[in-house]
Design a protein around this ligand. Structure first.
Ligand SMILES: N[C@@H](CCC(=O)N[C@@H](CS)C(=O)NCC(=O)O)C(=O)O
Length: 230
């Protein structure tokens, strides 16, 4: 089984962290997005979307992180994706929630507007509209996450960790790239700290944390570096 990933991809970090936590053996290949490895001839045969992560299991190939997590949890009978109908529906609902509204508003409108060249090079008018949407709408999603989804228990779907936590925490953690202040959301803060204690977290997030530290130390150099990416 082989994982194609880039340590700078949040969905890829979620999958890699899960594989390491579960002690599942896998081969890996870094597809360096900054160098344009995903645009290289031949990578479209691995993933026609030219994205990471990709999981290849024999002749079988998956290209969506949430589906990869579900597949791995089922294949290895992990308790992080229980078979009980309602427990599973709650996990699916949580992952859909992160992949739709949360991802769009928090990642695209709030985080990416500050770091990704596709956004930072936009005209100031359109960019500020998007940033406004990111700030306002993300607040609502984070309140739901904090006051409902994480209220009264340690993980998203109860007191036991599930694949939804790997998926959601990796997406929410992207806020560190823009120094997002989570202190208004104490349950989210505690949950992210809990996830950061997982054994697979440090090896999966180290490179991204290094990038965040470099962004803080040398923002202009890092922005130029990102702007040069293909
Ligand atoms: N829905 C996909 C999203 C994958 C995705 O957006 N990957 C990004 C990195 S975070 C990528 O490979 N981007 C390269 C590109 O789109 O050119 C998933 O959850 O796996």
């Amino acid at each position: 089984m082989k994982l194609y990933h880039d340590p700078f991809s949040a969905p890829a970090r979620a999958v890699r962290c899960f594989l390491l936590d579960e002690g599942i053996a896998f081969d890996e290949q870094v597809i360096d997005l900054m160098s344009g490895d995903h645009l290289a001839e031949g990578y479209d045969a691995v993933n026609p979307n030219r994205q990471v992560p990709v999981l290849v299991d024999g002749a079988f190939r998956l290209t969506e992180s949430a589906t990869i997590l579900k597949y791995l949890a089922d294949k290895y009978q992990s308790p992080t994706y229980p078979h009980d109908l309602m427990a599973r529906a709650r996990i699916n609902e949580t992952m859909d929630w992160f992949n739709t509204g949360f991802l769009f508003n928090f990642a695209y409108c709030l985080v990416y507007t500050s770091i990704l060249p596709e956004f930072t090079t936009m005209s100031v008018v359109s960019r500020s509209d998007i940033e406004h949407m990111g700030a306002v709408k993300s607040r609502r999603y984070l309140e739901v996450l904090d006051r409902h989804m994480l209220a009264g228990h340690d993980y998203l779907c109860g007191n036991d960790i599930t694949i939804a936590d790997y998926h959601g925490a990796s997406l929410a953690n992207m806020g560190t790239a823009v120094d997002f202040d989570f202190s208004r959301y104490p349950n989210v803060t505690a949950w992210l700290a809990r996830m950061a204690d997982r054994p697979g977290w440090e090896p999966s997030f180290a490179a991204f944390n290094g990038f965040v530290a470099a962004m803080r130390a040398e923002p202009e150099r890092m922005k130029a570096l990102l702007a040069a990416h293909p």
